[in-house]
Design a protein around this ligand. Structure first.
Ligand SMILES: CSCC[C@H](NC(C)=O)C(=O)O
Ligand SMILES: [Zn+2]
Ligand SMILES: [Zn+2]
Length: 408
């Protein structure tokens, strides 16, 4: 029978559903309620709780479990508190009710992305504390705002704050994606978002004439060049089974602007593109390529960036790396398959990696369809609970890494 929680339900699932009911939905997230919820968790778990307001109304909440060896760098467990908007009419249940169906699927915005992970961290820490464990490394859980809109008033500012430096993070976990197979995915890097607006200028005039050198003709040339590049990258991906989406560069034409009337040839038109540049691409050469595409289209074609990430980093997945050895060792011990990949979109991990904190993107969801940002986002309660088991193994392994780069 479908339930709203309570009788017979695992308390961790009940807590997860409570968190899902907090409306931290963009563009007006109720961050106050989320911070109050996290403060209460800190109180219940006897954890230190620090609130860092990185921008007006944008609080990073940090819950800390001190380690026994303060000389060692810490383990940072990051999750974002905001969720993306919903199209309520396309949902079979209210996305903020956390409805659980008879099979155990929990329907809610944020069930995969990424309120599950926030509660899994908290519940793994609760279990380990209750069992009397102490680990050499301090564990910090950071709960950050605004990831869904780029992290510009969240993690991007936080990593440059003295409060962040004081955490002395040596290694971080952050969000990943569901995997529909039996395997779990882990992300060691991500593609760089380059949001590019190409503006073409040309001769205006009457719509009845064959006007030379129009903005539209030149914009068409740039669009053709970029879409040809798109097709080449798509074919490269499709013809090589060793490649995944994250290892090629993708682009989509996402906006066209310009023009005022049918019979007025406009002097200016623009096209906006969402490029996701693979981490092994030479970014200087790629920018030159953008200049060439515009130059080849003719005079008066320029571009500007709305987003331009230029610091792609790879977190080591070499067995000689102590963090990777600890992380992957847990999966070996639990007999679980791990698939390392490059994240196709952008997460807050990029800010952590850019300031020198190695980060892995991992959300423990196998046998789960990829439903983040989609209608009817949901997670099965058994998958959620299994995720807590996994973190209950991962945290001791990572917080006990004996020597790692960056240790004091
Ligand atoms: C470039 S800021 C936008 C961030 C967003 N992140 C995700 C995970 O969807 C994206 O990649 O579009
Ligand atoms: Zn997310
Ligand atoms: Zn998201």
């Amino acid at each position: 029978m479908a339930s709203k929680g309570g009788e017979g339900e695992h308390p961790s699932v009940t807590l997860f559903r409570q968190y899902l009911r907090i409306r931290t939905v963009q563009p007006e997230p109720d961050y106050g309620a989320a911070v109050a919820f996290l403060e209460e968790r800190a109180r219940q778990l006897s954890l230190d709780c620090q609130k860092v307001e990185v921008a007006p109304g944008r609080v990073v909440t940090v819950l800390t479990w001190p380690g026994t060896n303060p000389k060692l760098s810490s383990l940072l467990l990051n999750s974002h508190t905001d969720v993306v908007p919903v199209f309520k009419e396309h949902w079979s249940h209210d996305p903020f009710e956390a409805f659980k169906d008879a099979e155990g699927n929990i329907y809610a915005r944020g069930s995969q992305d990424m309120k599950c992970v926030s509660i899994q961290y908290l519940e793994a820490v609760r279990r380990l504390k209750a069992a009397g464990y102490h680990f050499p490394r301090t564990i910090h859980m950071t709960f950050v705002p605004d990831e869904e809109i780029g992290g510009h008033q969240g993690m991007e500012l936080f990593v440059h704050r003295p409060e962040f430096r004081a955490l002395r993070a040596g290694f971080a976990l952050d969000e990943g994606l569901a995997n529909p197979t039996d395997a779990f995915t882990v992300f060691y890097s991500e593609r760089s978002p380059w949001w590019v607006r190409v503006t073409s200028t040309g001769k205006p005039g009457h719509g009845s004439q064959f006007i030379e050198d129009t903005a539209a003709e030149k914009l068409h040339k740039v669009v053709s060049s970029i879409l040809a590049f798109r097709q080449k990258e798509q074919q490269r991906l499709q013809s090589n089974p060793r490649l995944t989406l994250g290892s090629v560069t993708s682009v989509n034409l996402s906006k066209l602007e310009g023009g005022v009337a049918y019979n007025v040839v406009p002097a200016s038109m623009s096209a906006s593109f969402d490029f996701r540049v693979a981490p092994d691409v030479d970014l200087k050469a790629f920018e030159k390529q953008l200049h060439s595409w515009c130059g080849e289209a003719g005079e008066g074609v320029t571009f500007e960036f709305a987003q331009k990430w230029t610091e792609p980093r790879m977190t080591s997945t070499d067995d000689s790396d102590p963090w990777w050895a600890a992380f992957s060792g847990v999966f070996k011990n639990m007999n679980l398959t791990l698939e390392p990949k490059i994240f196709p979109a952008a997460t807050d991990s990029r800010y952590l990696r850019a300031v020198g904190v190695p980060a892995l993107g991992f959300s423990p969801m196998n046998r789960t369809p990829l439903l983040l940002h989609d209608h009817n986002e949901r997670l099965h309660e058994d998958v959620f609970l299994r995720g807590i088991d996994i973190y209950t193994q991962l945290l001791p392994a990572l917080a006990s890494v004996s020597a790692a780069p960056g240790d004091g």
